[in-house]
Every structure is written in C-alpha cells, then in structure tokens.
Ligand binder design. Sequence first.
Ligand code: COA
Length: 151
Amino acid sequence: MDIRLLRPSETPPYELLLLADPSRHIVDDYLKRGECFLIEENDLTIGVYVLLPTRPETAELVNIAVIESRQGKGLGKKLISHAIEQARASAFKILEVGTGNSSLPQLALYQKCGFRMTGVDSGFFIRHYEEEIWENGIQCRDMVRLQMDLS
Ligand code: COA
C-alpha cells in the first residue's frame, strides 16, 4: 500500500479529514497551506494526513485519520512514519502534533511513535470550536502539544 500526494485536480477526502477535525473551515485552511498525503486500497482512500509548514524549520502533522473499519491495524503508525520521513526529506528540524486532552488513544499513539509532550494550549478547543466536544467521558478543552526532534 503506497502513500501518495493528493493531486491539485483531485477532490480531498473530506469525510476522512473531518474525522480528525470537525471544522471544515480549519480543514480547508490546512489543505491550502499544507501537503495532503493519502493511502489507498482498491481506489478507496483509507488513510490521510496533512503536513503543514508552520515556523522556520518546523512542520506540524495535522488531520491524520484512518477509516473506522481499518483502525487499530497499524495504518496510523504507517502514516506517522511516512510523515516523519517526509518532514526529514523536506529539511524540517522539528515535527509537531497537537491533540485534545480527551483524545487518550491519540496521546498513546503519538508517544509510541516518539513524540514528547512540550506544552498545553489551555482552552484551545473552547476558543476555536462552537460545539462542545466530549471523548472518553472527558470534555475536550485543552490542546496537548507534542513534538519530535528530526535532526
Ligand atoms: N492506550 C495505549 N495504547 C493505545 C490506546 C490506549 N488507550 N489506544 C490506542 N493505542 C495504541 C494501539 O495499541 C496501537 O499501538 P501498538 O501498535 O503499539 O499496539 C496504536 O495506538 C494505534 O496504532 P494504529 O493501529 O497504527 O492506529 P490507527 O490505524 O487506528 O490510526 C488514528 C490512529 C488516530 C489515526 C485513528 O484511530 C483515527 O483515524 N481516529 C479518528 C481521527 C483522529 O482522531 N485523528 C487524530 C486527531 S488528533
């Protein structure tokens, strides 16, 4: 299963992208500023992520998602490994990722892939999202920031 770049003429896989971030406005902003990578099986997009340049020498992995029927089978890890290689190949020195305080499996996954926690953007999800978000019985209020040194 190869991972490839979304072509400019193609429609982005919104259903999948919106699994990772419920805001179409934010997803469109990421797509405009970053590069979207896809993993496909029999012409169906089963995984996606966006690599977003943020500050000098720094990129952020955003919008990573795997279709529900294929979650838990290693595709998320495969996408993250690809993002790390891609960021290195583009000479970024730091790769960041952010997730909600309530996103427990994601916090586990990112740390298993080598990301370390660097901070908390307190109240991020309260400020930027109109609807309340709840996961694992916890309200999602704060963004946990993680990063990986690529040098
Ligand atoms: N505690 C410890 N480890 C956990 C865990 C928990 N509660 N929940 C999951 N994990 C681990 C799994 O054990 C596995 O690690 P292992 O291989 O060492 O066992 C890893 O996390 C999951 O890996 P993988 O199968 O590659 O992930 P995936 O294909 O399911 O993809 C997501 C992960 C997050 C991309 C996918 O679940 C998804 O699309 N979720 C919805 C969108 C989303 O939340 N995106 C991220 C926004 S921040």
